[in-house]
Write a protein that binds this ligand. Structure first.
Ligand code: SAM
Ligand code: SF4
Length: 345
């Protein structure tokens, strides 16, 4: 196994068969080996700097019905809200004062936010904070809409592919969502010039070594600037309520493999990782991640953006506690910087 990890480290690629062998035969020793190498690669490219992003969860309405997500439209127990433009700008102001230079606008696929409305919002934020980067994470849109976001000044776009295996994709999503369309969106985003983020949940129902091998091959081919990897966590009001959560060990190992395969990627230690383990995000950084995304949403709505049970939304996770986060990162030899934190070409 170590030879395969070394090969990934030195050549940044493995064949499907090699990924399958590695994913099916790993053990604690190989995991730790990969994580240590990944940490070294992160150190070499990004030093000890950890980038922070202010996450603004601006709408909990969604027209989609992804089986795993607490915001799915069939979840009638979900509390829905939508922030006003004024609310969003005041989140940015608070974030700016705390040292954030990237804002991430994330939400369900909410019809209220038409392409035009969102583009207008992007324009306002970029006008007010020209030294900040803006990331959108609002799902599948038309090429025209993506182009309008780009023209309005959006810099990055997060759209996890969720799984690169057709059958697995269907286990996770009802029609009309399709893997082909998801991939088309990602390619369009890259073509338009966005720093583009793909990624997947670890331990989602139906995930196997085979589907994971497809994920790694797809990531290699797409070559995204960002990769979002976090554990699947069940939500009590979804069809996957009784499914097992993804594990810390698996998540850390896959983060490490992505760092070895795409050395320059912006790789967050996700909120979900911090939810399954109190020191999950530190361990994520120590396994190759280099980004954290504290929550900047108004306190009054944080509990309403419940993608999964137990999602952390206060304490060190919250943007207002950036000082605590800074200290936690210092204990592992890293420092949080006031910087847009762009992809290093
Ligand atoms: N609606 C947009 C989309 O789907 O791309 C953005 C918001 S969506 C809530 C952001 C991400 O949350 C998804 O890509 C998915 O991977 C993750 N997510 C949803 N439900 C989850 C769960 N139960 N456990 C862990 N992650 C989850
Ligand atoms: Fe909607 Fe995104 Fe949740 Fe799917 S994952 S239901 S698109 S918010």
């Amino acid at each position: 196994m170590k030879e395969l990890i070394d090969k990934l480290h030195h050549t940044q690629e493995l064949t499907r068969e090699e990924f399958l062998t590695l994913l099916s035969n790993r053990n604690t020793e190989t995991d730790l080996y990969a994580r240590r190498l990944a940490r070294g690669v992160r150190q070499k490219i990004y030093g000890d700097q950890v980038y922070i992003r202010g996450l603004i969860e601006f709408t909990s309405y969604c027209r989609n019905d992804c089986y795993y997500c607490g915001l799915r439209r069939s979840n009638h127990a979900a509390q829905r809200y939508r922030l006003t433009e004024e609310d969003i700008l005041s989140c940015c102001q608070q974030g700016y004062e705390l040292g954030f230079r990237t804002f991430v606008l994330q939400g369900g696929e909410d019809g209220y936010f038409t392409g035009e409305r969102l583009a207008g919002l992007v324009r306002h934020i970029k006008k007010q904070y020209p030294d900040c980067a803006l990331t959108l994470s609002v799902g599948e849109r038309t090429e025209e809409e993506y182009r309008a976001f780009w023209k309005a000044g959006a810099d990055r776009y997060l759209l996890r592919h969720e799984t690169a295996d057709e059958t697995h994709y269907r286990i996770l999503h009802p029609e009309p969502l399709s893997l082909q369309h998801r991939k088309d969106c990602l390619r369009t985003l890259k073509k338009l010039g966005f720093q583009t983020g793909a990624g997947f949940m670890v331990g989602s129902p139906g995930q196997t070594a085979e589907t994971l091998a497809e994920d790694f091959l797809f990531l290699k081919e797409l070559d995204p600037e960002m990769v979002g990897i976090g554990p699947f966590i069940s939500h009590k009001d979804t069809p996957f309520r009784s499914r097992e959560d993804g594990t810390l060990e698996d998540t850390l190992f896959y983060l490490a493999l992505v760092r070895l395969m795409l050395p320059r990627a912006l790789l967050p230690a996700t909120t979900a990782l911090g939810t399954i383990a109190p020191d999950g995000r530190e361990l994520g950084i120590l396994s190759g991640a280099n980004v954290v995304m504290p929550n900047l949403s108004p306190l009054s709505v944080r509990k309403k953006y419940m993608l999964y049970d137990g999602k952390i939304s206060t304490g060190d996770e919250a943007a207002e506690c950036v000082e605590q986060l800074r200290k936690r990162m210092e204990t592992i030899g890293c420092c949080i910087v006031t910087d847009r934190g762009d992809y290093k070409k």
